[in-house]
Design a protein. Structure first.
Length: 340
């Protein structure tokens, strides 16, 4: 993962109610759940701190009402946080003027939401070009850029179609193309695929992975689907009642959940594509048969290990033997893993 921090959030609070700032100050910047409830306030985001690294896909997930969408609206300042610190590329986002925010959103941030938000009276090309029109880009230039984005998301030939003539998946592709037209540095997606049928959703997830391999954007992605998160994310932050319970890789969440809430999320996770051989290997042994990479996911090498008569040696990137994996390790990890 790239080490450069693109977005830094520290101690973010977003409280809804009659006078959030007064309430927050009166409780010394750390109101309890009991105080919030007693005085009729909602702590939508509570003391959340994290970094977003350049080029990573950071997924924030949780059940409905956990605060994940409010958090992303705070980062983009569609909702101003009640308290906290936020930096974008080292600059204080909370001190940005309204005009500076408009410029950041127009040129730096791409956004895709569950509601596609397409303009029904405009065709595909015009919808994709719309943010460039808002920027004041000349017609020929913005249409050329829009055609590139339409091709990128696989909709070449449908430039003149209207939203009503497209499937749900195609409409979402238009939304993605529109958000990419400004060539954003960071891309925010709030449950972009949740309204789609399962097959189309899986297709769009694959498309999303393809686009990220091409574009290498910094992405903050909101979902409530742990399977989707494990398929797409470099790291996953799990929220509950406005707080970030744990922020880690999918493997760490499965193997070392912070609490019972995280463990429940991870209970039915696809272990075969999450857990690496390095996480389950045992000490090296002299009677090993064959080798498997330490970084390989267990699903990719399960057949080899399960069919071997002896343990299989585990090697690092340099080819050095660093451990061994046995059939029981694979079967336990796939079928009987107990993170406790």
């Amino acid at each position: 993962m790239a080490s450069k921090v693109q977005i830094k959030c520290r101690n973010i609070w977003k409280i809804f109610g009659a006078d959030p700032e007064e309430f927050f100050a009166r409780h010394n910047g750390n109101p309890t759940a009991e105080a919030l409830k007693a005085e009729g306030y909602i702590g939508a985001v509570q003391d959340v701190s994290f970094d977003v690294h350049a080029g990573e896909i950071l997924i924030i997930m949780g059940l409905s009402g956990s605060g994940k969408s409010t958090l992303i609206r705070c980062i983009t300042r569609l909702n101003d946080p009640t308290s906290g610190e936020m930096e974008y590329e080292g600059k204080d986002l909370l001190k940005a003027t309204e005009q500076e925010l408009i410029e950041i959103r127009r040129h730096k941030m791409g956004m895709v939401f569950q509601n596609f938000g397409l303009l029904p009276h405009r065709d595909v090309l015009s919808n994709v070009a719309f943010p460039l029109e808002v920027q004041g880009m000349p017609l020929a230039e913005r249409e050329a850029r829009a055609r590139e984005m339409v091709e990128l998301v696989g909709l070449t030939g449908r430039e003149a179609y209207y939203p009503r003539e497209l499937s749900g998946g195609q409409q979402q592709r238009v939304g993605i193309a529109r958000s990419l037209a400004i060539e954003p540095d960071i891309w925010f997606l709030d449950e972009p695929f949740s309204a789609l049928d399962p097959l189309i959703r899986a297709e769009m997830q694959d498309e999303f992975i393809r686009l990220q391999q091409l574009l290498k954007k910094t992405i903050v992605f909101i979902t409530h689907d742990f399977d989707e998160a494990t398929k797409l994310a470099d790291r996953i932050g799990i929220m509950k009642d406005g707080r970030m319970v744990q922020l880690a890789t999918a493997e760490e969440l499965v193997l070392h959940p912070a609490d019972a809430y995280v463990a429940e999320f991870a209970r039915n996770a696809p272990h075969e594509r999450i857990i690496s051989i390095g996480a389950i290997m045992e000490p090296a042994t002299a009677d090993a048969e064959g080798t498997v990479p330490m970084s390989a996911k267990i699903g990719a090498v399960a057949a080899q290990v399960l069919n071997a008569d002896k343990p299989v040696a585990v090697v690092d990137e340099a080819g050095a033997i660093v451990g061994a994996v046995y059939r029981r390790d694979i079967s336990d990890a796939l079928f009987a893993w107990d993170p406790s």
